[in-house]
Design a protein around this ligand. Structure first.
Ligand code: LHQ
Length: 258
């Protein structure tokens, strides 16, 4: 069976991490397969949102710890460089919204890949674990970048050091994730969110993503300049014209992602 399932439905690319018997923990092959489908999402203009979830009861338990201890397995010196950093870079650079639909436990690299997405939602029974400290590692996949920005330094530091398992509802309260849905409706509600995003002005959303990204590293003065530049690009899109015209016509806009 393929380690990643990939399909396109109603302009949304659905990516399913598929090693359920090992809580979708990442092997080298699975990391490469995820990179490949993210490349496909970037290249295909028909895809206007990406929905990332896990098969079975977990989202992802991070690195497969059997692979990492296998003497024939990939060395520590290449795992981040070749497996995970390229995944995080692809998600952040993708000019389309990426929704992480966290269906179950997300631990280690699995948690931090979920947190680097544009909109992260979870099923009520899901949980997030910065599992790294439990095995003597440091958080990776951009976790030391995203988590303190999401929930503040103190909580991020404590979670990363203690490795506590945080239930989805608490993660939502902390601001770690956007929303929690009851298990019974999670698949439907999270998918609806992806469908909604896929009908929005894709280029405007991509520019929003870029503006947010730049805000982390810039002064207010620089950020105002960035917004000016990116806003002019947004105003040059077909969807901007459609959005304004639809408002004036008192009708719903039909965006093309152009
Ligand atoms: C697993 C795993 C797993 C293999 C569950 N591997 N089999 C970067 C740089 C280089 C090296 C290392 O890694 C990294 C990035 C990282 O991601 S480091 C962090 C790696 N992940 C972890 O340390 C988490 C390990 N897993 C757990 O702590 C628990 O499984 C959690 C809390 C995620 C879930 O607990 P449970 O719901 O009780 O599930 P379980 O432990 O019973 O797991 C179910 C099965 O999945 C079980 O297999 P089995 O054959 O016994 O049924 C586990 O062995 C397997 N599994 N995580 N990471």
């Amino acid at each position: 069976m393929s380690l990643i399932s990939f399909s396109i439905d109603s302009r949304v690319a659905r990516i399913i991490l598929q090693r359920p018997e090992k809580l979708n923990s990442f092997t080298r092959d699975m990391a490469f397969a995820l990179q490949a489908v993210l490349d496909e999402c970037a290249a295909d203009p028909a895809i206007r949102a990406v929905y990332l979830t896990g098969a079975g009861k977990g989202f992802s338990a991070g690195q497969d710890l059997a692979e990492v201890t296998d003497p024939e397995g990939p060395g520590m010196n290449i795992i981040l460089k070749e497996h995970y950093n390229p995944i995080v870079r692809r998600i952040r650079a993708l000019p389309k919204p990426v929704i992480a639909a966290v269906n179950g436990v997300a631990a280690g690299a699995g948690a931090n890949i979920a947190l680097c997405c544009d909109v992260t939602v979870a099923a009520a029974s899901a949980a997030f674990v910065q599992a790294f400290s439990r095995i003597g590692l440091i958080p990776d996949c951009g976790g030391t970048y995203f988590l303190p920005r999401l929930i503040g330094w103190q909580k991020a530091s404590a979670l990363m050091m203690l490795g506590d398992k945080i239930p989805a509802a608490e993660a939502e309260r902390m601001g770690m994730i956007y929303q929690v849905f009851p298990d019974e409706v999670f698949a439907e509600r999270s998918w609806q969110l992806a469908l909604r995003l896929a009908e929005m002005p894709t280029r405007g959303l991509a520019l929003t993503k870029e503006a947010l990204q730049q805000s982390f590293a810039q002064s207010l003065e620089k950020q105002l300049e960035t917004e000016d530049i990116l806003q002019q690009q947004a105003a040059g899109t077909w969807d901007y014209k459609e959005g304004v015209q639809a408002f004036l016509d008192k009708r719903s806009p039909t965006f093309r992602g152009e």
